[in-house]
Structures are given as structure tokens and as C-alpha cells.
Design a protein around this ligand. Structure first.
Ligand code: HSE
Length: 285
């Protein structure tokens, strides 16, 4: 039996739609694997009732197939599905690491990125490495057609998850197909600022770099209470706030000293809209 912990992730970071991602210290999935003649999957934990255990319909089953590594796989979900924290990606990344080791396949973490991304495609409809890459490599990742670049960033964040759900497919439907040149120019500037901020572990630069005028305004409209929660986090000291992944999770970047107040303010703001939420005070890393 082999056990792997796979971290939650936050993709996009506003200005890096389908490109940027970060690994979070919490929550995480725990994946246990044992060699078996055929793959079987059992799931416990957050949102486990909503995840198919049929290996043909589960991200993890697709990873086992891709690695030709049949196993009894037990997943303890810490990352709630459809919350914006890369739930299916965490399971796919964890399974890829665990099965690669169980069967001595000898693939590097970088080589496991496309394997885990294919698994994730089963759920989201398209293969986006922006969640599996940080779950596998840690820190901040830039995933493009040319491959993945990783930076060992470490910054305090608050990830606040309302009890509501937004499906990735729905959230992709609202993404504009075209953008005004001035918005593209603006977004490139923010993405570059964010990247430099990650190399310096600088909450001010990363917070500024989360701004995006193209995708986030459309996505945030799907999240009840988003504007109030964003405002509350900024008032409590967050250096920047954006939608986490496809939502409805909301990510705030901050200094460690403000983390607790920001978490409380975000939860209170959701509560004022009649929405229960949970806030993780954690770190990119
Ligand atoms: N980049 C993806 C999106 C992440 O925001 O749609 C979720 O799979």
C-alpha cells in the first residue's frame, strides 16, 4: 500500500486564465493505492457522494489506464468538488504520483503533468494543466503549450469557499470569445506583474497582478455575493482578490498578519447574503 497527499490548487489567478496556478497548503486529497488485477475506486470525504467510482468515469481511473497501472484506489477527498480549488486535478495528480511509484514507471513529476491532465479532461471536457501542474510540482506554475515553468513561491492566502457550486463547464461558457486590445494589454501587464511578484514572494505585486478585465468580470457574476466578499477582503487588508479557478471559491492574497481578519470578513460577507462558507488560511507553496 502506498499513500500520497495531493494539494488543492487555485488556477487562473485573474490575469493568467488557463495558464497560472498555485499549490495550496490546505486542503488536500489523500490517495492510497495497492496493486490489483483490475482498477477499483472508493471515495470518502468532502463531496464524495457526487463523484463517480466507475473507473471509466473517474479522473483517477483514466490515470490508472494511461499508466497501465491497475490498482485498488482509495481516495479521501479533502478538496470539495466544484468549489474552485482543483478537486478533480488533486485526485488525478495524487493518483499519477502514487501509481507511477507503485508500478516503478519512472516518470518525473513534469512527465506526469500531461498524464494527470488527460485524467482531468474526462471531468472538465478539456485538458487544462493549470490545476494538475501546481498539484504535482508545488509553488506557482505557468502552463503553456510549450510546457510548464515552476517557481517556488511562498505567500499567505485565504481561500473562501461558499457552500454553493459552479460547474467548470458553465463557467467556461461565459468566457468571452474575443477581447478588446486595451483589455489584452492591461491583462498582459497584470500577468507580468504577478509573475515578478511570485519570484519575490511579494503580496503587493501579486495582489495587483490578480486584476483582469476579460474573464473575471463574467465569471464573478455567477458567484452570489462575490462583490461584497471581495470588498470585505480588501477592507480587511487583502492586497488582491479574485475568483479561484472556475469559482465559486474566492482567493485573497495578503500579508500573514491580516490573514485571520480577512478570513473572518469574507465569511461574514457571504453570511450576510445567507450563504454559509468555509475559509482556509493557508499558503502558496
Ligand atoms: N482554467 C480552468 C478554468 C481551471 O478556469 O476554467 C478549471 O479547470
Amino acid at each position: 500500500m502506498l499513500t500520497v497527499r495531493a494539494p488543492a490548487t487555485s488556477a487562473n489567478l485573474g490575469s493568467g486564465f488557463d495558464v497560472f496556478g498555485v499549490a495550496l497548503g490546505a486542503p488536500a486529497d489523500v490517495i492510497r493505492v495497492e496493486r490489483a488485477p483490475e482498477t477499483s475506486i472508493s471515495i470518502t470525504g468532502a463531496g464524495s457522494n457526487y463523484i463517480p467510482t466507475d473507473p471509466e468515469k473517474n479522473t483517477v481511473g483514466a490515470v490508472a489506464e494511461a499508466l497501465d497501472a491497475p490498482a485498488t484506489i482509495r481516495i479521501d477527498k479533502g478538496v470539495r468538488p466544484s468549489s474552485g480549488l482543483g478537486s478533480s486535478a488533486a485526485s488525478a495528480a495524487g493518483a499519477a504520483v502514487a501509481l507511477n511509484a507503485l508500478y516503478d514507471r519512472g516518470l518525473s513529476r513534469e512527465e506526469l503533468v500531461p498524464v494527470a491532465a488527460e485524467g482531468e479532461a474526462l471531468v472538465s471536457g478539456e485538458a487544462h494543466p493549470d490545476n494538475v501542474a501546481p498539484s504535482l510540482l508545488g509553488g506557482f506554475t505557468i502552463a503553456t503549450d510549450d510546457g510548464v515553468t515552476q517557481v517556488d513561491a511562498s505567500l499567505p492566502v485565504v481561500a473562501c469557499l461558499p457552500e454553493t457550486s459552479v460547474s467548470t463547464r458553465d463557467a467556461r461558457d461565459v468566457v468571452p470569445k474575443t477581447a478588446a486590445l486595451e483589455d489584452v494589454v492591461d491583462t498582459v501587464g497584470h500577468a507580468a506583474t504577478l509573475t515578478v511578484g511570485m519570484t519575490r514572494d511579494d503580496p503587493e505585486l501579486v495582489g495587483k497582478g490578480l486584476n483582469d478585465a476579460i474573464v473575471t468580470p463574467e465569471r464573478s457574476a455567477l458567484i452570489d455575493g462575490y462583490d461584497a466578499v471581495r470588498e470585505a477582503a480588501l477592507e480587511a487588508g487583502a492586497t488582491g482578490v479574485t475568483v479561484s479557478g472556475a469559482g465559486p471559491g474566492v482567493l485573497a492574497v495578503c500579508y500573514a498578519a491580516d490573514q485571520r481578519a480577512i478570513a473572518g470578513a469574507m465569511m461574514d460577507a457571504f453570511d450576510a447574503e445567507g450563504i454559509e462558507s468555509r475559509a482556509y488560511q493557508t499558503t502558496i507553496g
